[in-house]
Design a protein around this ligand. Structure first.
Ligand code: KG4
Ligand code: ZN
Length: 346
């Protein structure tokens, strides 16, 4: 598809990027609204849409400048059209339509979740078949990619998404917003064995995290001191232990089921995608699993060795480079009457 300028506005990051052939990132820029939504403890859709509108033109200009390209050197305009917040998606889609029309370039739309997976193609040699663990704020899925355009969801969460669980437990422990990075940081000084939280007992490749969240709540209620009682002096040791133990329970089951899928399908490539893929403990576990497999397959000339793909942190959370890659590998060519959707398509 050549050189694609992509836009991403599905939630609270206003992002633009230029990528060649779905692999080579020429530039990637974003403005994050995290600081704005912090005061509300979550993303306020209407507020997010207004800020996207304010920032999008500037982000596009900076992206072109960083790549050192002009409009006539682009081959297509792409954007995410769902799932996400409908008001924010429409800002990106409208901007993409305007650019496509005024520059006379094809308009491509792409699914946000598929784009998260495609972050793994950026500046790597990953090719299907592979297993992907997609863990974001709204989704938790183990996926089998037999080809770039063909994938099957082997299992998913039956209730809360992993990212949602991180965010809710962070709120419970008064760790602030956004919750995932706060738990990640706090857990570093905690003991993951201090509390034994249950893994959701769900068969196959499905997950359940709402019981775990309730287990943390019940534990906190029974503790003599509330976890945020020493907030003024920083996070207490007990809170760090709770965060570490919760994180351990989530990541344990994520890694277990992902590696089980890899074995069942006889594959040796696994990719990690979505905002929770930025979690340092999850990344460590994936790396350790590769080292383990390297040890056990040493001696065999093959390549039974597992290869792990984990995008750099900036391409795990929402960004537009992944959208440009998604558009290249499985985008849909659309006209100016294209619309956005808020929920995952069946
Ligand atoms: O993929 P993403 O940026 O947006 C969605 O498409 O949902 O994911 C956002 C989610 C949030 O729940 C956030 O708390 C979580 O990813 N997250 C993390 C970390 N960084 C972001 N969760 C755990 N550890 C992190 N370091
Ligand atoms: Zn996302």
């Amino acid at each position: 598809m050549g050189v694609v300028l992509a836009l991403e506005t599905s939630c609270d990051e206003t992002a633009a990027a230029i990528v060649r052939d779905g692999r080579q990132v020429l530039s990637s820029k974003l403005v994050s609204q995290t600081g704005i939504h912090r005061q509300y403890g979550g993303v306020v859709p209407e507020v997010a849409a207004r800020y996207h509108l304010e920032d999008i033109n500037q982000v596009i200009e900076e992206t072109l400048a960083e790549a050192g390209l002009r409009a006539n050197q682009l081959d297509a305009i792409a954007c995410t059209n769902g799932p996400g917040l409908i008001g924010t998606l429409l800002v990106g889609l409208s901007a993409a339509k305007a650019l496509s029309w005024s520059w006379g370039l094809p308009l491509i739309t792409v699914d946000h979740l598929y784009s998260h997976v495609c972050a793994n193609f950026l500046d790597t040699d990953l090719e299907p078949p592979f297993i992907c663990l997609l863990v974001s704020g709204g989704h938790t899925q183990v996926m089998h990619f037999s080809d770039y355009q063909n994938w099957k969801i082997l299992g998913q969460t039956l209730d809360d998404a992993a990212g949602e669980a991180f965010d809710k437990v962070a709120r419970l422990l008064a760790l602030g917003y956004p919750g995932g990075p706060a738990i990640d940081k706090t857990a570093k000084s905690g003991n993951p064995l201090a509390f034994r939280f249950p893994e959701g007992k769900v068969s196959g490749y499905d997950f359940s995290f709402s019981g775990l969240k309730t287990a943390v709540l019940r534990t906190v209620e029974k503790l003599p001191a509330s976890p945020n009682s020493s907030e003024s002096e920083g996070v207490s040791a007990q809170t760090a232990d709770l965060a570490a133990s919760f994180q351990d329970a989530v990541n344990r089951v994520l890694v277990k089921k992902t590696f089980k899928a890899m074995q069942e399908f006889g594959l040796n490539k696994v990719a990690l995608a979505g905002g929770v893929a930025a979690n340092s403990d999850l990344r460590r576990r994936f790396s350790e699993a590769t080292e383990e497999s390297a040890k056990s397959s040493s001696g065999s000339a093959d390549g039974g060795k597992i290869k792990i793909y984990m995008p750099p942190i900036k391409y795990c959370t929402d960004n537009a480079a992944m959208v440009a890659a998604g558009a290249h590998f499985a985008g849909t060519s659309v006209k100016l009457d294209a619309t956005a959707y808020s929920r995952q398509l069946a």
